[in-house]
Design a protein around this ligand. Sequence first.
Ligand SMILES: *Cc1c(COP(=O)(O)O)cnc(C)c1O
Length: 221
Amino acid sequence: MSLADRIGGLRARIRRACEVAGRDPGSVELLPVSKKQPLSLIREAAALGFTRFGENYVQEGGDKAAASPELTFVLLGPLQRNKAKPALQHFAEIQSLDRPELAERLRHLAEDLHVVRPVWIQVDLWDEATKLGGCAEADLPALIAALGGDARLPLRGFMAIPPPEDEGAFILLAKLRDRLQQDLGQPLRLSMGMSADLEAAIAAGSDQIRIGTAFFGERNN
Ligand SMILES: *Cc1c(COP(=O)(O)O)cnc(C)c1O
């Protein structure tokens, strides 16, 4: 199947899910996840109008970003402290912020580098059920405090990778977002939903779905 055909099918799924949920398809951002996909395929997607891509690894995504200055890359994967600098240099946004030490390190570096990088907090409401990183709900206040409202790292919202087939997960996340949006008095977005579960995520109010295989096809592992 060609990339354009696959994206056409994906768009139809998104439209149907929005119809069922009574939402405007324009209210759901489609973020293609290009990890382990070649630059040639990313460029094909760019020719179809996509300019922002999600990547999981600092090295791989950084290399792609350096080779494609016209495109924007968002970091989705776990971030180690010692990779914080290249992460800020190559990625326009960081969606995997999950602990206060990392927030402090990023603030310090963002000031040195004179950059502004929107961040999303990755939350894990399932007690490491997924082992993919993420901040527990009880630790969120400390993490938000560590960001300190720093204008160089504006908080955009929450990202999560719920356990597969956990029906209530997206609704739980939506409630958490609503609550924190109230508490902090600022709009916060929700990045949830992947190839297998985008319909449930859209029904629960996701603002951004992160799509790898349903967009690019199987990954080369
Ligand atoms: C790989 C990945 C995705 C995309 O997964 P698919 O199931 O291929 O759509 C989305 N978000 C994160 C954080 C990922 O690591």
